[in-house]
Design a protein around this ligand. Structure first.
Ligand SMILES: Cc1cc2nc3c(=O)[nH]c(=O)nc-3n(C[C@H](O)[C@H](O)[C@H](O)COP(=O)(O)OP(=O)(O)OC[C@H]3O[C@@H](n4cnc5c(N)ncnc54)[C@H](O)[C@@H]3O)c2cc1C
Length: 449
């Protein structure tokens, strides 16, 4: 097997690996990526002024780790305009007015309306508590903030903490909760509460979209690298004195890459499989991470002129094959001088909805999703011109009950093999980007020593 020497090898070209690579781009870095494209679970495909989106779509503000990458690469992002909290329920679309009053406008029974208001008030109180916990202290290490967020209401599931709901009310809240791919019975209560904080406070959470689609950021990060090897899979990673050896298999056959430092940005279970000689507690913590399934689909349409969904970005869709519907075209509506022809929608089926379609073919899933899309937005009927599906594997890691307890083990700095990825926290791509940047800092120090 031939071998090569480098400063740093980065395994995985998702946003975690590429964030690390970006900060180390002045060094001799090799990025190995098993698939033929950068981005991992972030994926979009451009179509004229629109794009079909098949994964992450909203990101943090300019001060976030993703915000810094956007700034440094010059990729344009914009605040998501319009309504994020619309609901389509049994054929009725509600997109304006206070969320608290939605139950009065939905075809709910009187008891369900009362229950909805009661649960809503309880959640509001908990979201206010969460907001205090999640507020960054100036100068604080994000790792400290992350630990505090994971510890908040970490001793019970969302269902145990909030109580069981009637099917009508449950369906409504479940749509938001399952976006992170865990059912309310599976996720830690604090994480569930945090999700409502995220959705109800778009200025505080994930409120920015990437113009042209998020793939643009990943392509720009990869373009900043001298040596990204696609279709190249790491098969083993082990320490060898003061170096790390990474065995890879790619189009040129097998070889060993020898580096002063390695960044592992693969999902947690793969990382545990690949790296030899991990401390036992760390290996156990990596294997304890739970990823829930999710399947995303994108639909491009060709209608012309104003539509009822213009001005709406996010619609919760209880009691359907998908939980949420996003209108990507809304992002460009305020940038372009006039409404573009057509729209681009993303839907997804997380957690149990994802499990329910596991045995269906891609065409069957797309037919089922499209039928629901056309019932939520009847004007779409007859206008779908292209559709795509992404069965995301693994899906998204979600904080389970007790997740905070393994966080110190996961975050403990390691020598020469540094971990990065969304499973190290609860902020999705933002966690990937800041853990990628942290891994890059530690790798740089080792290269310099
Ligand atoms: C439908 C959906 C919607 C989402 N929405 C949002 C959102 O709006 N905002 C948000 O912040 N997040 C969102 N997320 C989550 C976000 O996409 C992920 O948290 C993030 O992309 C994870 O990035 P990563 O780099 O940690 O992992 P990945 O993207 O999984 O990257 C890991 C990379 O490693 C590669 N790899 C695996 N094994 C090997 C190997 N042996 N050798 C070499 N390479 C290997 C993989 O191919 C992959 O490219 C969403 C996810 C989904 C699925």
């Amino acid at each position: 097997m031939s071998s090569e020497d480098h400063d740093v090898v980065i395994v995985g070209a998702g946003i975690a690996g590429l964030a690390a690579a970006w900060d180390l781009r002045d060094l001799d870095v090799v990025v190995v990526e098993a698939t033929e494209r950068p981005g991992g679970r972030i994926r979009s495909v451009e179509r004229g002024p629109l794009w079909m989106n098949l994964g992450a779509h909203v990101y943090g503000g300019p001060e976030s780790a993703v915000g810094r990458l956007l700034d440094e690469t010059g990729v344009q992002a914009t605040d998501v305009p319009g309504i994020l909290t619309a609901v389509s329920y049994e054929g009725r679309l509600i997109a304006n007015g206070p969320i608290e009053l939605y139950p009065l406008r939905l075809p709910f029974s009187t008891s369900a309306r009362l229950e909805f208001v009661k649960v809503g008030l309880k959640l509001r109180r908990l979201v206010a508590q969460y907001a205090k916990v999640a507020r960054p202290v100036p100068g604080e290490d994000p790792a400290v903030l992350q630990q505090r967020m994971l510890d908040f209401m970490d001793d019970a599931s969302f269902t145990d903490a909030i109580g069981r709901m009637s099917p009508e009310v449950d369906a409504f809240f479940r749509c938001t909760l399952t976006r992170g791919t865990g059912e309310p019975e599976e996720i830690a209560a604090g994480y569930g509460v945090g999700y409502f904080h995220l959705v109800w406070n778009k200025d505080d959470g994930l409120g920015r979209a990437i113009v042209g689609g998020p793939q643009r950021l990943l392509d720009a990060l990869a373009a900043g690298q001298r040596d990204v090897r696609y279709s190249t899979r790491a098969v083993a990673v082990r320490r060898d004195g003061d170096r790390v050896l990474v065995d890879v298999e790619g189009p040129d056959g097998q070889r060993t890459l020898r580096a002063k430092s390695v960044v592992m940005s693969t999902p947690s279970h793969l990382t545990a499989d690949l790296v030899e000689g991990l401390p036992a507690d760390l290996e156990q913590a990596l294997r304890a991470i739970v990823y829930g399934p999710t399947t995303a689909a994108a639909f491009l349409t060709d209608e012309e002129g104003p539509q009822p969904w213009d001005g709406i970005y996010g619609i919760a869709t209880p009691k359907r094959s998908t939980s949420m519907l996003f209108n990507m075209a809304n992002v460009v509506s305020e940038i372009l001088p006039e409404r573009p022809k057509g729209s681009s929608f993303m839907v997804y089926a997380p957690a149990n909805l994802g499990r329910a379609i596991a045995g269906l073919s891609d065409e069957e899933v797309l037919d089922r999703f499209q039928a629901d899309l056309e019932q939520v937005l009847p004007g779409v009927r007859g206008h779908v011109v292209e559709r795509m599906i992404h069965r995301v594997d693994p899906g998204i890691p979600f904080p389970f009950v007790g997740r905070g307890r393994i966080q110190p083990t996961l975050m403990r700095p390691q020598e020469r093999i540094h971990l990065a990825g969304d499973y190290l926290g609860s902020w999705y791509a933002e966690t990937s980007a800041w853990t990628g940047a942290g891994a890059a800092r530690r790798a740089r120090a080792e290269v310099a020593s």
